[in-house]
Ligand binder design. Sequence first.
Ligand SMILES: CCCCCc1ccc(-c2ccc(S(=O)(=O)CCO)cc2)cc1[C@H]1C[C@H]1c1ccccn1
Length: 240
Amino acid sequence: ASQHRLWPEIENVVKSQVNMAKMGIGECGAGWQLFAEDGEMKMYRREEEVDGMVCDPLKAVHVVKGISGHEVCHYFFNPQYRYDWESTLEHMTVLETISEDTLVFLQTHKRIWPASQREGLFWSHIRKLPNEKDRDGPDIWTVVNNSTEYSEHPANNGKCVRIFLTVCLLCQTTVDPPKDGTTLTRDNLSCKITYCSVVNPGGWAPASVLRAVYKREYPKFLKRFTAYVKNQTKNKPIMF
Ligand SMILES: CCCCCc1ccc(-c2ccc(S(=O)(=O)CCO)cc2)cc1[C@H]1C[C@H]1c1ccccn1
């Protein structure tokens, strides 16, 4: 994959996205407002407009017991599970398999009235990162999705408006070994999930509609996805 035309961009975007995701909300600059909270899940957004279009950056932090970062990234990255958890998805195809850890997706999302239907074309890369804080601790896992151009699929030539997105899912696993030295179970496992996304809706949509959609969809998405991973892994050996 390292000789693929997208490789330099993938390297740069992954590095910068991971660094941003690692920063606490306080270090990410001013203007973040907590807009949704549900137990361990906290969702922040910053109100930003680009050419009059709402492009609010979003940062969600969630702690989920009983799953590992590798498992979270595995079910987020692999196309065969996506229809199970991505409720706004209408159609998804893999346009290119650049390598086993890098795919190019074309996705159409269900139309959200009164806006026109959206589609996304993005590369997706999964990567294990060394745990800098604790050398012999579990690795960090990440998936980065970033919009890209594709000559065979020019933007906005069909009915769908092409969105532009950058998404980073960063997962840090914590193992709390059982006191009595018995074998590790999922009860000794938890995962800190940081989900960062910036979605440019591509074509104009009313700010009030977009912000209402984000407020409804993002908490639903993260809760549904993490519940899906817990359910898929509960009777399986732990993937570290
Ligand atoms: C008028 C609405 C314009 C924007 C609609 C839209 C399209 C794509 C997306 C989106 C595309 C990719 C990702 S992902 O994390 O890479 C996973 C792979 O699917 C995530 C979200 C979001 C939204 C916005 C609905 C909002 C919304 C928010 C979370 C989930 C679903 N919908």
